[in-house]
Design a protein around this ligand. Structure first.
Ligand SMILES: *[C@@H]1O[C@H](CO)[C@@H](O)[C@H](O)[C@H]1NC(C)=O
Ligand SMILES: *[C@@H]1O[C@H](CO)[C@@H](O)[C@H](O)[C@H]1NC(C)=O
Ligand SMILES: *[C@@H]1O[C@H](CO)[C@@H](O)[C@H](O)[C@H]1NC(C)=O
Ligand SMILES: *[C@@H]1O[C@H](CO)[C@@H](O)[C@H](O)[C@H]1NC(C)=O
Length: 484
């Protein structure tokens, strides 16, 4: 019996092995559904010793007012669903499906012995700008609605919550709307039981930013927020201070210019106090305004240099994080460039001095104009493959005055969709979403594919309908990663 137990324990450890974190991938929960928790927060609960993820629940046809979903995890990669933590109530004055229930944050209140949820509560035209409050005895909920209030009499749009590890005090971060009188981001302290706000600690005046979060290092506070460009991502900025009340630094851009923070918006961050290392993660959203319910998550390690007073969000296609030790490592993959690619139809290789080989593959259109990468090594198990691309459909968003397709009566396409076929198996077409980029900016989107064991695999990329057209994005290279 003892032997069986030991074997079982061994099997169990290999099963519960931590999963990789894959920014921008289709994340599935333990039941095989898409992780559906947008613009939310992660709360580590000491009692259950689990990470709890809360976020906006969005499905096709119900993009707002869907309530707040909740998931739990031991490793930040494997997510078990627990349904809705805050369920919309028909006819309710603040939390019906007709209302805005956005950017939920949860914190435990020692004083009340309950979990407190706060969020941006609004009517469908964003005319109220309130903060909603609900409580629960357990992290998973259900949370019971308490109130929706105007914070210290002001307006509150995008909502963030930060707890200072030095004294346990929690703070609300909120942009106060788009009106001329607004356009500030407030940092206000909660009372000790986290039932109401006490006082304004700092105001980030007139920067017109939103989606705020704070990272606390041993020496500094780093506030991150995005510009206001709706669901279009932009260059997120950071501010640094020694104390929450300031003085705060000038804003600075936290990721390589024009990557638009790797096509994501800020909103949350998490500090992992490991036994060997303290790691900070940027927890952002990659909105898909053409189908909000398919929006993805961009969680990335943050590199902080206290001496130089710099903070950088760093891209990794895939990384392995050990939440116990705090250590993480980027996973190495095998790169296949345009040199191992054959074009067909109207697809062709074009000079591009910013591309890996000095040329990029363009003209991928419909099913006939394709590119096929050959000689790809596989393992027979599901593997993540990152497709590095450029998609300039944005018409120069942010660079050209107006820079918008509506200028010529067009619509925001925002993403192209490519078909991806392994070893010519057209019965199984994978859809690769490729968000728009600045010109000359190469970003990547991961897809999980199963390649045959050996080195003779092919991956063929064509164009699929994105609602307007059948174009695939321009391809620079693909990188194939080892299985988890
Ligand atoms: C939302 O609230 C504002 C302010 O009270 C009001 O002007 C607006 O009509 C409301 N929108 C809806 C859809 O009721
Ligand atoms: C909110 O604060 C701004 C300044 O940040 C002020 O101009 C405005 O009047 C305040 N609004 C309310 C409703 O108190
Ligand atoms: C929370 O604290 C405030 C004072 O800071 C007090 O007025 C209120 O009754 C407390 N609420 C709860 C639920 O303990
Ligand atoms: C391409 O092929 C897919 C599936 O094989 C099909 O659904 C789609 O309509 C085709 N598109 C074009 C433009 O032929």
């Amino acid at each position: 019996m003892k032997g069986v137990g030991a074997l079982f324990a061994l099997l169990l450890t290999s099963v519960v092995q931590a999963k990789y974190i894959v920014p921008g991938g289709r994340w599935q929960d333990t039941e095989g559904n898409l992780v559906n928790a947008h613009a939310g927060c992660i709360y580590f609960d000491k009692e259950s010793e689990k990470f709890w993820l809360y976020g906006e629940y969005k499905i096709e046809g119900q993009e707002e007012g869907g309530g707040v979903s909740v998931y739990s995890s031991d490793d930040l990669g494997t997510w078990e669903p627990h349904g809705l933590a805050l369920e919309p109530v028909e006819g309710h004055p603040y939390i019906s499906t007709e209302h805005i229930i956005q950017r939920p944050k949860v914190v435990y209140s020692e004083e009340s012995g309950q979990y407190h949820m706060w969020w941006h509560a609004d009517n469908s035209t964003y005319g109220w700008l309130l903060q909603g409050f609900a409580t629960s005895d357990t992290p998973a909920g259900p949370y019971e609605f308490v109130d929706a209030v105007a914070p210290l009499g002001n307006w509150s749009q995008d909502f963030g919550l930060f707890t200072d590890r030095k004294d346990g005090r929690s703070y609300a971060l909120y942009s106060n709307g788009d009106s001329v009188e607004g356009r500030d981001v407030y940092l206000s302290s909660f009372n000790e039981n986290v039932t109401a706000l006490d006082e304004v600690v700092h105001r980030f005046d007139k920067f017109d930013l939103e989606a705020p979060t704070i990272i606390q290092t041993d020496q500094s506070y780093w506030a991150l927020m995005s510009h206001k460009t709706g669901y279009r991502p932009n260059n997120v900025v950071g501010f640094r201070a020694d104390k929450l009340e300031g003085p705060w630094s000038q804003p600075f851009i936290v990721s390589p210019l024009n990557t638009r923070t790797f096509n994501s918006q800020s909103g949350f961050s998490i500090r992992i106090d490991g036994t060997k290392k303290t790691t900070y993660l940027y927890v952002g959203d990659q909105w898909d305004s053409n189908s909000l319910w398919e929006s993805r998550y961009i969680w990335l390690p943050v590199d902080i240099n206290e001496r130089k007073k710099t903070l950088e969000v760093q891209w990794h296609d895939i990384y392995d994080l050990n939440v116990k030790t705090g250590e993480w490592r980027g996973i190495k993959g095998k790169t296949y460039t345009t040199k191992s690619a054959k074009t067909a139809g109207n697809a062709f290789k074009q000079e591009a001095n910013f591309a890996t080989t000095g040329e990029i593959i363009t003209g991928i259109y419909g099913n006939d104009s394709t590119v096929t990468f050959e000689g790809i090594e596989g393992t027979g198990k599901p593997q993540w493959v990152s497709f590095y691309y450029q998609n300039t459909d944005d018409m120069g968003f942010g660079d050209q005055p107006g820079g918008t397709p509506d200028r010529i009566g067009g619509a925001w396409q925002l993403r192209r969709i490519s078909s991806v076929v392994v070893n010519g198996d057209t019965e199984n077409v994978e859809t690769l979403f490729q968000r728009d980029t600045h010109k000359g900016i190469i970003l990547s989107t991961p897809l999980q594919l199963t390649l045959e064991k050996g080195t003779r695999n092919t991956i063929t990329v064509g164009g699929l309908d994105n609602g307007w057209d059948f174009k695939g994005a321009d391809l620079d290279r693909i990188v194939v990663y080892p299985p988890e």
